[in-house]
Design a protein around this ligand. Structure first.
Ligand SMILES: Cc1cc2nc3c(=O)[nH]c(=O)nc-3n(C[C@H](O)[C@H](O)[C@H](O)COP(=O)(O)O)c2cc1C
Length: 335
């Protein structure tokens, strides 16, 4: 059994990774419906929250249907992180997560996110202060260290545990690696051996088999999936089924993929309005419709449309046309 704060899981939890501009309310709901055990918001700027910036506040909008959910915050100052943690706690998530992994120049360059790997004393102060300030289980997400020569994850994990966090997600890459190279799951295992809190392994988990592999290699308590869930929310239920039975569920059919794409679109429009909600779906179409013939052409068409009915009709017509074309070709070949 895995316990994170008040949450308990009989199997290793399979978690949706926080991803900026991806894990919005609509996508989180879709992933929860397909079996994600915990979902996280995109990271939210502590300074943005304090200044009541609309985009930051909007990212914290959560619904009961998506619980358990964690709100993730980032920043580089103890006072503003504590203030932001209290604001986030008022939105009543199940978990509050601190980002110690973002590698971007804008974030890490200002000493926040993975930038805090360079200042572990400040990371400790921020974590301790947040744990003391909020009445919520606090979790954190970090990387192996700053670079190959500075793998500090074992010390970081011990220090964060001593501050009172309830679980730690470790992405098996350094800050310098960003997204490059292969995630190193062995180092996640080294950190796991050094602490008692649950460790969630992350990095390059795409298939149910990858989930079993990371749990085996790192002996970690759960797995977090990011890019593997793009256009593929089924991966959560598939991984859980595979863990429980050793059997692989069949891949969703094209009809199922279109159905979930349209549900996702509907939610996106419901929570962001028709124009913005449909435009922001642009990045998801290709993922749901992977393998469809002439996808580039279809995506270009979809990007010009901004209503649910037009988008739905365009996809259905395109697929019917492709099917008819396919059957026509087959009949000429067999004639
Ligand atoms: C588009 C995108 C946005 C991301 N935004 C965040 C974020 O807001 N907070 C965070 O902790 N990690 C963020 N990440 C990192 C992911 O949570 C995850 O650690 C990373 O993608 C590796 O996991 P994967 O190989 O399963 O994708 C982001 C990743 C991507 C691809």
């Amino acid at each position: 059994m895995v316990k994170i704060g008040n949450l308990t899981f009989n199997q290793p939890p399979i978690v949706l990774a926080p991803m900026e501009d991806v894990t919005d309310l609509a996508f989180r709901l879709i992933c929860r419906q397909h079996g994600a055990d915990i979902v996280y918001t995109e990271f939210v700027s502590s300074e943005g929250l304090i200044r009541d910036v609309r985009q930051a506040v909007e990212k914290m909008r959560i619904l009961d249907e998506e619980r358990p959910i964690g709100i993730q915050i980032y920043g580089n100052r103890v006072d503003s992180m504590v203030q932001a943690a209290k604001i986030a706690a008022a939105a009543k998530p199940d978990l509050l997560d601190i980002n110690y992994g973002c590698p971007s120049k804008h974030v890490a360059g200002s000493g926040a996110g993975s930038g805090l790997l360079k200042t572990p004393e400040l990371m400790e102060q921020i974590t301790r202060a947040i744990v003391n300030a909020v009445d919520l289980p606090v979790t954190a997400k970090t990387r192996l260290g700053w670079c190959d020569g500075e793998i500090t994850i074992v010390e970081t994990a011990k220090m964060l545990e001593s501050c009172g966090i309830q679980a730690l997600t470790i992405r098996g890459r350094t800050r310098t690696q960003k997204f490059k190279g292969q995630a190193n799951w062995e180092w996640i295992g080294e950190a796991k051996k050094a602490v008692k809190i649950p460790i969630i392994g992350n990095g390059d988990i795409i298939t149910p088999e990858d989930v079993v592999r990371i749990l085996t290699v790192a002996q970690c308590d759960g797995a977090m999936i990011g890019r593997g869930a793009y256009g593929n929310p089924w991966v959560f239920a598939q991984a859980k089924h595979y863990l429980a039975t050793g059997e692989l569920l069949p891949e969703p059919s094209l009809e199922e993929r279109v159905e979930v794409l349209l549900q996702h679109l509907d939610l996106s429009i419901r929570y962001k309005g028709e124009r913005r909600g449909s435009l922001e779906m642009g990045k998801h179409y290709g993922n749901y419709l992977k393998g469809v013939h002439n996808l580039k052409y279809l995506k270009a068409q979809l990007r010009t449309l901004t209503s649910y009915s037009d988008i739905s009709a365009c996809i259905q017509q395109f697929l019917q046309h492709s099917q008819a074309e396919h059957e026509r070709l087959l009949s000429t070949l067999s004639a």
